[in-house]
Design a protein around this ligand. Structure first.
Ligand SMILES: *Cc1c(COP(=O)(O)O)cnc(C)c1O
Length: 224
């Protein structure tokens, strides 16, 4: 697929999502494909917008602020998700720029987002990011702290819709996807942000509602 067009790659990813959904007795439209456009220039993103993709994700507030206001003015129905770690001092800007935030992982951030949401009169959907593999270097709330953080978020008036996780690399991801699904059920949450280019099919089979796919749509990134 290295030289395939953006439209071809998009069709291939959508078809793989549909197949995995069907195997699990789910409908393809129960899975939102988020095209992760971090590091890619606006021209590359435009090709995917022209091919019909409308939901995108970025991992840095600053980069999104540089790229998206002009893209959005031309594609007003585009939706933007934040999938990277968020510093509390950027909460206000994040609420302004993003429709959905996938990386809520601590009480101080819950409070900053609630304040920003009230201030801006805008309430983005939020996912709590869970450190599902208990990895010290990774973002995400420890599994044991999830019920308390969720209660805090609900009390603060955040629209918490689901859980997000990035499983450890080089280990079979399916058990981690299953665990995230179980945690969501236990806590009364309906949405699951899980699955990336290398593992979105098992994620869909295990109930993912939001897959975050970069490389399979855009090709390899020049990491910055
Ligand atoms: C970059 C990124 C992705 C996409 O990764 P690919 O392997 O390129 O599909 C998904 N989720 C998060 C949080 C990311 O930072």
């Amino acid at each position: 697929m290295e030289h395939a067009s953006a439209a071809d790659r998009l069709a291939a990813v959508r078809s793989s999502i549909a197949k995995a959904a069907k195997l699990a007795g789910r409908r393809a439209d129960q899975v939102t494909l988020i095209a992760i456009s971090k590091t890619h220039p606006p021209e590359t993103i435009e090709a995917l917008l022209e091919a019909g993709q409308r939901v995108f994700g970025e991992n840095r507030v600053q980069e999104a602020a540089e790229k998206w206001p002009s893209l959005r003015s031309r594609w007003p129905d585009a939706q933007l998700h934040l999938v990277g770690q968020l510093q509390s001092n950027k909460a206000e800007q994040a609420v302004e720029l993003f429709d959905v935030i996938h990386s809520v992982d601590r009480v101080s951030l819950v409070e900053a987002l609630a304040k920003a949401a009230e201030h801006r009169g805008k309430r983005p959907d939020c996912f709590i990011q869970v450190n599902i593999g208990d990895e010290p270097q990774k973002g995400g709330c420890p599994v044991a702290d999830l019920p308390a953080l969720l209660a805090h978020g609900r009390d603060a008036g955040l629209a918490i819709v689901g859980l997000m996780a990035i499983p450890p690399v080089d280990i079979e991801p399916a058990p981690f996807f299953a665990l995230l699904g179980e945690l969501a059920r236990r806590n009364g949450l309906g949405q699951l942000s899980m699955g990336m280019s290398g593992d979105f099919e098992p994620a869909v089979m295990l109930g993912s509602t939001h897959v975050r796919v970069g490389t399979a749509l855009f090709g390899e990134r020049q990491e910055t």
